[in-house]
Design a protein around this ligand. Sequence first.
Ligand code: GTP
Ligand code: MG
Length: 195
Amino acid sequence: MIIKNVALETVCGITSVLPRNEKMEVAFAGKSNVGKSSLINALMNRKSLARTSAQPGKTQTINFYNINDELYLVDLPGYGYAKVSQAAKDQWGKLIERYLHGSEQLKAVFLLIDIRHEPSANDKMMYDWILYNGYEPIIIATKMDKIKRSQIQKHIKMVKNGLDVKPGTAVIPFSAETKQGREEIWEVIEQKIKP
Ligand code: GTP
Ligand code: MG
């Protein structure tokens, strides 16, 4: 994908009416701090259009980034962030559910997992829930720059086993630091939005 113009077009909170977009959407889910916003910046060739933070819980809304007036990259709030009330977690959960369940333009859902760690119970729940909503989650193992190259395959296996993925499920290793994996992710997106 050649990036010509990008813009943050719509921001939705827990009380928002979600947009009925005409263009296709692909969404990025995953636990807080896993690197969703950083990945979206890398895909857009932007340093900080999507706000990132070392503190988990940065993105608390669903943010729709318009790419070339061709499609939307959708940044979802992270789950599993301990420092918020159960009530707030429930509300974000409902917002994400409303989106995944309700969007008519959503063509693919990526699930991001930190390559260093075994997937959590929440990750597994999210994986199953994406499947349940009729999508084949595409797994991205983030922060690959944090482990040795020789460890990557072992960690990918750990991610696959932890999520108990369906046979043949792709896991794409990615680093927002080195941009490794960026092209492969764009290829998958382009496949998914083909008319
Ligand atoms: P929430 O918005 O809280 O759900 O988090 P997020 O998933 O959007 O994570 P974000 O992109 O804000 O990144 C969290 C932290 O991880 C930031 O300090 C990033 O700089 C860092 N980070 C993200 N991706 C990578 C990566 O590939 N490599 C390294 N080394 N750090 C990364
Ligand atoms: Mg974020």
